[in-house]
Design a binder for this molecule. Structure first.
Ligand code: NAP
Ligand code: F7E
Length: 379
């Protein structure tokens, strides 16, 4: 999939009301004769709320749920520049009669806004994907990461209790919780040993989800997702940093790429397929925890070979190691065993490692061709 279209300009006086369109039953303007019919139709749709809807996974999940006829609500942060680039191709003005994607300003650090939004939206399913998701950055802002990546989960679970919402809940748990791995491959039973403030925050979020399930009988599930990538991956994660650089080097816009530890091994899958597993977890009669992974592991070096090799380049001519990108503690090896997801959910990955590298390079080549002047340096 190519780059999304530019954000539809909402005009200079955009207000929260432009995004917060109110409960579905109120949608449609006065005098619009289709409004009652639409309200009736929307009342029969399943309603999902996604935190982190502007991120890689949030955008794929929103697309997936819209295709399944859901009404999709997402929480977005107010930013000084547009942060909805990954959603622009599915966003419709809320005044349009069949708009089923609704965006609401909010923040997962703010409990009162979460209570208000849950009460107002009354979702059937809550997908909690919002987080400070960068492992290296979590060493720079550990307290903030603990708050937004860890505590936000209990804020949402408590908001669900307070509003007496009988919704199903998905927690975006992570293979980073395994850290210094205690077992190879990692399963749902492998003990956690996080190696970063991000990993530690995710362990808290994992256990509080289990605790609310056991304490209050909530339908709350953890998806323990291993690394998943796509053309929509944030530009400072290693795969996307590499594929962007390949496209720019090929176009003659840059020559060198500076990276950290090339020996780290990850289990890399395709994000578009991983969001299907999230949905499947919430369709089960009983809540549970599932590993979602490909079962293969590859080093950063192997990803370099695949990405540069795809356009006939040798990464050794372009890549330099810069210690700035090393982490105070590294996760050396991740490889997941997704047998439980395969057996119980019927989920399995379809895109291979080599295909993933190729599709990401191709998308970045297209993006560079469309906007050759884009910034090339990477934090
Ligand atoms: P991502 O692209 O970094 O997206 C994170 C999302 O969270 C963005 O929409 C971001 O909004 C939002 N967010 C951050 N802080 C927020 C706040 N204070 N209030 C409201 N929203 C906030 O991450 P992703 O790759 O899609 O991952 C989705 C989730 O899965 C995350 O929880 C991540 O930790 C977890 N996870 C990811 C992977 C992976 O390999 N991708 C693997 C396992 C688990 P802005 O757009 O405004 O920044
Ligand atoms: O690093 C090494 C780095 O930042 C992968 C997040 O989605 O997946 C992600 O976390 C590996 C690490 O992802 C650079 O040291 C080398 O060993 O792409 P990454 P991550 O840390 O695995 C997990 C599952 C999540 O849950 C997280 O949210 O690549 N590496 N050189 C580099 N990494 C970066 N970012 N930049 C480099 O220059």
């Amino acid at each position: 999939m190519g780059e999304p279209e530019p954000n539809p300009d909402p005009g200079p006086d955009l207000t929260p009301a432009d995004f917060t369109a109110g409960c579905p039953a109120e949608s449609g303007s006065e005098g619009d004769s289709s409004a009652p019919r639409l309200a009736a139709k929307l009342q029969h749709l399943k309603r999902a709320l996604i935190t982190g809807i502007t991120g890689q996974d949030g955008s794929y999940l929103a697309e997936f749920l819209l295709a399944k006829d859901y009404e999709v609500h997402g929480i977005i942060r107010r930013a000084s520049t547009f942060n909805t680039g990954r959603l622009d191709h599915i966003y419709k003005d809320p005044h349009v009669h069949d708009a089923r994607l609704r965006l609401h300003y909010g923040d997962i650090a703010d409990s009162s806004c979460l209570v208000k939004l849950l009460y107002q939206i009354q979702p059937d399913e809550v997908y909690h994907l919002g987080a400070q998701s960068h492992v290296r950055v979590s060493f720079d802002i550990p307290e903030y990461t603990g708050d937004v990546t860890g505590l936000a989960t209990v804020r949402i679970l408590e908001a669900m209790r307070e509003t007496k919402l009988n919704a199903r809940f998905y927690q975006a748990s992570s293979s980073e919780m395994y850290g210094k791995v205690q077992e190879v491959p990692q399963t749902e039973k492998t003990p956690f040993y996080p190696r970063s403030p991000y990993g530690a925050a995710k362990v808290y979020a994992y256990w509080i989800t289990v605790n609310y399930r056991e304490s209050y009988g909530m339908h709350a599930s953890n998806g323990i997702l291993f690394n998943h990538e796509s053309p929509r991956r944030g530009e400072t994660f290693v795969t996307r940093k590499i594929t962007r650089a390949v496209a720019r080097i090929k176009a003659g816009l840059q020559h060198k790429l500076f990276l950290g530890n090339l020996d780290a091994k990850r289990d890399w899958g395709y994000a578009k397929e991983y969001v299907e597993a999230m949905w499947l977890m919430l369709q089960q009669d009983n809540p549970d925890d599932y590993v979602v992974a490909t079962g293969e592991t590859h080093s950063v070096r192997e990803f370099l070979e695949a990405a540069f090799g795809h356009v006939g380049l040798d990464y050794r001519d372009h890549v330099e190691v810069d210690e700035r990108y090393f982490r105070p503690a590294e996760v050396d090896l991740l490889i997941g065993d997704a047998s439980k997801a395969r057996t119980r959910l019927g989920w399995k990955p379809r895109t291979t490692f080599a295909e993933l590298a190729r599709l990401m390079v191709d998308a970045d080549i297209e993006a560079v061709a469309a906007k050759p002047g884009d910034r090339g340096d990477q934090p």
